[in-house]
Design a protein around this ligand. Structure first.
Ligand SMILES: Cc1ncc(COP(=O)(O)O)c(C=O)c1O
Length: 421
């Protein structure tokens, strides 16, 4: 198992191995950062060029003509994303960014009344989500210091679902949690959390940024009220590609908290009436004109997920991270690393290695041809991605890291993060 031949045998048996050729891999590098920014696929490139071509050849008529009429693109891309989150017809729309979608959903579902005024989140969530929730509280006249309840983690890595359930008290009006924690990669039990929130009548939503395209979801069947995500990580939609949101059909018809004309019914949008006639599904939560050029690569990127199926992607992803964990255990156990992700199947698509020298270990990895991701204060994230990483990539990554540690090759760098890290 610890020899390169073993990795080669795993690659020979890998039914998804051919998908590597669908991507532009970086020259002389092993890319382990697909959970931060996924790589460009040839299909995403094609749909982006096709879109540019429709602009070039159709001008304004591109809104309603051509292979992917722009006016309906948010809906059609939403439909393609729906199987990845377990959404039913009309429950998913491609729109906005993760943070703006959270603003929209909090503005819609956070309805404080009487003593039910607080928002429940956690202390490990991504900062942007917390900023958004704080500002939503301020907009409604509440002090975030008192009204944003952040469930504590026992060890700074993981959250305990029982602690979250214990915090679902009578004064909570909204719950927002990550599906997969961005540092440790822990997958929360969304089904269980949704069930209790539903029983208590508290709307619950999840940030799927690190789970979409990596793990399976059944949001409709679980009864989850809403969710939001980006498309530039595991979905490979490109930097700043248009995001997505899910609203359960039990809420169809609920007025959007932040209204704009693209949330209208398609048939009446151009009536230009000053009374809005909102769409009767998740499309109602769009605001303005879609960022069509940033939506175009997502069309092609999603074809691969449709073709392969998320269950096969999850299966291979677990095999890759399992293999990486075994190699780390064997090769790196005396080098001062702590495994910061769950070692059981409640881990998402990446491995977190904690080390006091993490920032400069990441710099040394980059110099030696492995692209990792540093997360302050001490995390090296490594994401072997099912669609374009091989078992060989995993083997080489661990060997390169071992040499860096044995030879202390990181010492020539400063142990400080870059501006984007
Ligand atoms: C978990 C999570 N939530 C929210 C965001 C913010 O996303 P955006 O900047 O696209 O709004 C990110 C960005 O990386 C993220 O990883």
């Amino acid at each position: 198992m610890f020899e390169v031949d073993y990795a080669k045998r795993l690659d020979d048996k890998d039914a998804l191995a051919m998908y590597k050729d669908e991507f532009y891999l970086l020259e002389n590098a092993i890319y382990m950062d697909g959970n931060s920014l996924g790589l460009l696929s040839k299909r995403a490139e094609r749909t982006l060029y096709n879109l540019l071509d429709s602009w070039k050849t159709l001008g304004i008529d591109g809104w309603t003509e051509g292979g992917n009429p722009w006016f309906y693109l948010s809906e059609s891309v939403g439909e393609k994303m729906a199987p990845l989150v377990g959404g039913e017809k009309g429950e998913v729309i491609a729109t906005g960014s993760t943070t703006t979608n959270l603003h929209q959903l909090a503005a819609t579902f956070y309805k404080p009344s009487g003593t039910k005024t607080k928002i429940l989140a956690d202390e490990l969530n991504f900062p942007s989500d917390i900023y958004a929730l704080q500002s939503q509280l301020v907009l409604k006249g509440y002090n975030p210091d008192e009204h944003l309840v952040q469930v504590k983690s026992g060890d700074g890595r993981f959250l305990n679902e029982e602690d979250i359930i214990g915090a679902m008290t009578d004064d909570i009006a909204l719950i927002v949690l990550p599906a997969v924690l961005y540092r440790s990669g822990q997958v929360l039990d969304m089904e269980k959390l949704t069930k209790v929130a539903n029983e208590k009548g508290i709307p619950i939503g999840f940030d799927l940024c690190h789970s979409i395209g990596a793990v399976e979801h059944a949001l409709h069947d679980w009864g989850t009220d809403f969710a939001f995500w980006c498309t530039y990580k595991h979905l490979n939609g490109g930097p700043g590609s248009v995001a997505g949101l899910f609203v359960h059909d039990k809420h169809f018809g609920e007025a959007p908290g932040l209204a704009g004309w693209f949330g209208s019914k398609k048939e009446s949008q151009f009536d230009m009436d000053h009374r809005m006639d909102p769409a009767m599904d998740a499309a109602a939560y769009q605001i303005g004109t879609p960022h069509v050029l940033s939506l175009a690569p997502v069309i092609g990127a999603l074809e691969l997920f449709e073709e392969v199926g998320i269950n096969k992607i999850r299966e291979k992803s677990l095999q890759l991270t399992d293999y990486m964990l075994a190699l780390i255990q064997e090769e790196l156990s005396t080098h001062g690393f702590t495994i910061g992700n769950p070692v059981d199947e409640s881990r998402g698509g990446h491995i977190l290695l904690e080390h006091v020298e993490a920032a400069r270990i990441c710099k040394a990895l980059k110099e030696d041809g492995v692209i990792p991701d540093f997360r302050a204060p001490n995390g090296v994230r490594l994401a072997p991605v099912a669609l374009y990483n091989s078992f060989g990539d995993v083997w080489h990554t661990v060997q390169i890291l071992k040499v860096i540690m044995d030879e202390k090759r990181y010492e020539k760098f400063e142990n400080k993060r870059g501006v984007v890290a």
